[in-house]
Design a protein. Structure first.
Length: 355
């Protein structure tokens, strides 16, 4: 599957190397795709930071009509709706679904409401893109997957780093020379600072490994395949659920994966890919960047302009969902649905369990 997606090989990389100065031409290709797709009516459940990023992306797609947005709190979201040309505002997502009857829903509510809102959409057979994590356990995620399967409902879990342009260019550079040999992901978390800032529901900090580190752990399966062998350890220096993790795994593609997360040591998320005579290093934090090493030579990976204009990976992720919805297609690689997300949650639970 991975090789099929990256089958363009050198052409895939050359496209970005040759047109790095043609930003407008590349952005026009994304706009052109939206213009060719049938119209879809999208509602957004939630009005927080993640919802606003989705609104920014969706409002730029010609074939998307934003028919409603809801906010459970008391804040007035009229200005937000006007900014992104959303037709109606609501303070109850069920009423929004009743009134707007959307073709699809972006579920970007608070973490602890995600399961109930997503379940309501799936029960109504409304396709939905669900912000990660879909559930805080593999069991809860599996129950949503069962509901989606029973209702034959298109669904997608939002793990936008699967769609990073630098990641797939880097992986393509590896596969041009042979198999992917190894993956090393480092994922520190500044949990002391995050707790002090107090920006989130207090319950989330004890579940931070699932709520945030999922982005990194999910990439093992995305680019390396399923886990065939595993061994992991953890320590709990300050956090009761662990704050120092290391794990090694054998993946179905044949490569070996190494996960390292020492939360209090500082630094930011990164991934390294190893191949035959080539190594790729990519930053996974904020504005992503990457480099390819061939012997003593080093090449910077150009960032797709769409990942510079919007949150990296988010535009391509959302457009993948919109295209599948508009054309009645199944989700293509590298998208993750609820069935797939269950397996990522199981891997997270293995790592978090330690020994």
């Amino acid at each position: 599957m991975i090789r099929k997606y990256l089958g363009q090989g050198r052409r895939f990389v050359r496209r970005f190397l040759n047109v790095r100065d043609h930003t407008e031409a590349i952005l026009a290709q994304y706009r052109s795709l939206s213009e060719r797709l049938p119209q879809v009516r999208i509602a957004v459940a939630g009005a927080g930071r993640h919802a606003r990023r989705h609104l920014e992306v969706l409002s730029a797609m010609a074939n998307v009509d934003l028919v409603g947005i809801c906010n459970r709190g008391n804040s007035d979201i009229t200005a937000l709706a006007q900014q992104y040309r959303v037709a109606q505002t609501f303070d109850d997502y069920r009423i929004m679904l009743d009134v707007t009857r959307p073709d699809g829903v972006i579920v970007a509510v608070s973490h602890f409401e995600t399961v109930s809102v997503a379940a309501e959409c799936l029960t109504r057979r409304i396709p939905c893109l669900i912000e990660k994590p879909a559930g805080f356990t593999s069991d809860k995620t599996a129950r949503l997957a069962t509901l989606a399967n029973e209702n034959h409902c298109l669904n997608m879990v939002g793990v936008n780093r699967r769609f990073l342009s630098v990641l797939h260019q880097g992986l393509s550079a590896i596969l041009q020379e042979g198999p992917l040999i190894g993956i090393v992901i480092e994922a520190p978390e500044a949990i002391r600072r995050i707790r002090t800032e107090g920006r989130f529901d207090p319950r989330l900090y004890d579940l931070w490994f699932v709520g945030n580190s999922i982005h990194c752990i999910d990439l093992f399966r995305c680019i390396g395949g399923e886990v065939d062998g595993f061994c992991g350890f953890k320590n709990s220096w300050e956090e009761r659920n662990g704050d120092s993790f290391t794990a090694i795994m054998r993946l179905s593609s044949g490569c070996l994966g190494t996960f390292v997360a020492h939360w209090h040591a500082g630094g930011s998320w990164s991934i390294k890919l190893y191949g035959d005579g080539v190594r790729v290093e990519i930053s996974l934090a904020g504005n992503t960047s990457g480099e390819i090493y061939r012997g003593k030579r080093r090449f910077s990976i150009p960032v797709d302009p769409i990942d510079r204009q919007y949150k990296p990976g988010l535009y391509v992720q959302d457009q993948t969902f919109v295209k599948a919805l508009a054309l009645g297609e199944t989700l293509p690689y590298p998208a993750s649905d609820l069935n797939d997300a269950v397996k990522t949650m199981q891997l997270i639970e293995q790592i978090e369990g330690g020994l």
